[in-house]
Design a protein around this ligand. Structure first.
Ligand code: SAM
Length: 283
């Protein structure tokens, strides 16, 4: 039996049995593979790192989208940078009054996700409220004159084409694309094995925004423990949105979820001490 062996973090590997290879090719930009695994269903990897799986993507994408959307409460325009599998777009489409722009650098990821993993995007790519731009997200935010209420940076890890999506320059350009009171969310890796990346994002975002923190969720196919979503906004009240208000907004939005609840939302921001210490460590 073939094994998919992810070595994203030195010394820590994730091995998944490859029950059937559905697609494997080097796009112009990334090594893209889609294969079947008995536990996770269909799995997409880019440059040897798991991006999304049919079985656990709901956790990752629900927490990526509903935490900022329900904390903000009045978002009408959302921008996704990356997100080529369409999972974040699918969650955003649950909001009746939303317009979504998604900027991904690799059209092949979008097309193959739609073909081989249609449950992840769930028709979002064909929704009239969805607009796809194929471009480098770093260039796009520098040049666009538009603004959004929520910006979701659903990027690969800071290697290859995704590296530019972790720079202070990129975060600053994203800030210029935020409406007043808007919020930016980043994919910030697994703190236990990517502590340096967490700290770097914290410092860079901290130089640009008044309220910067992280919230956590455990994604079974992301090895090393809970993963962190970066949170950055100038509206210091957003993160304090109370449980009753979150519950009312969740109800009013009429969305269905399998992981997200208002209680999980609030609890996700409770950072364990070792992560708090990592953020305040000198040097
Ligand atoms: N869940 C995944 C993770 O946590 O690593 C991310 C999923 S999504 C597939 C990542 C997307 O980022 C890919 O579709 C890739 O093409 C896109 N991407 C990488 N670098 C980019 C860039 N500079 N601009 C826009 N999209 C980029």
């Amino acid at each position: 039996m073939e094994l998919f062996d992810e070595g994203l973090h030195s010394g820590v590997n994730l091995a998944l049995s490859v029950d059937k290879v559905l697609y494997r090719e080097q796009t112009d930009l990334q090594d893209l593979m889609i294969f079947e695994n008995k536990n996770f269903g269909r799995v997409m990897s880019l440059d040897g790192s798991v991006q999304t799986t049919e079985k656990d993507e709901f956790i990752y994408h629900e927490m990526f989208v509903h935490v900022p959307m329900l904390a903000h409460g009045r978002a009408r325009r959302a921008l996704i940078i990356g997100g080529g599998d369409g999972g974040a777009a699918r969650q955003l489409m649950k909001y009746s009054d939303i317009a979504v722009t998604m900027v991904d650098i690799d059209r092949t990821v979008v097309e193959l996700s739609k073909k081989y993993m249609p449950s992840v995007s769930g028709g979002a790519f064909d929704d009239p409220r969805f607009n796809l731009v194929i471009a480098d997200g770093c260039k796009f935010v520098k040049e666009t004159g538009e603004q959004w209420d929520v910006i979701i940076i659903d990027s690969t890890d800071p290697h290859g084409p995704g590296e530019v999506l972790y720079t202070e320059e990129f975060y600053s350009d994203c800030k210029s694309c935020l409406t007043p009171g808007g919020v930016i969310i980043t994919q910030n890796g697994v703190p236990f094995v990517q502590e340096a990346e967490l700290r770097t994002s914290y410092d860079r975002l901290g130089r640009l925004f008044r309220d910067v923190s992280f919230y956590l969720a455990a994604i079974p196919s992301y090895v090393g423990g809970v993963m962190a979503y970066g949170w950055a906004t100038d509206d210091v009240d957003l993160r304090k949105t109370g449980l009753a208000e979150l519950a009312a907004r969740y109800m009013d939005a009429g969305i269905t979820t399998d992981y997200y609840t208002p209680e999980v939302h609030q609890a996700a921001f409770a950072l364990p001490l070792h992560i708090q210490k990592a953020l305040t460590k000198e040097g």
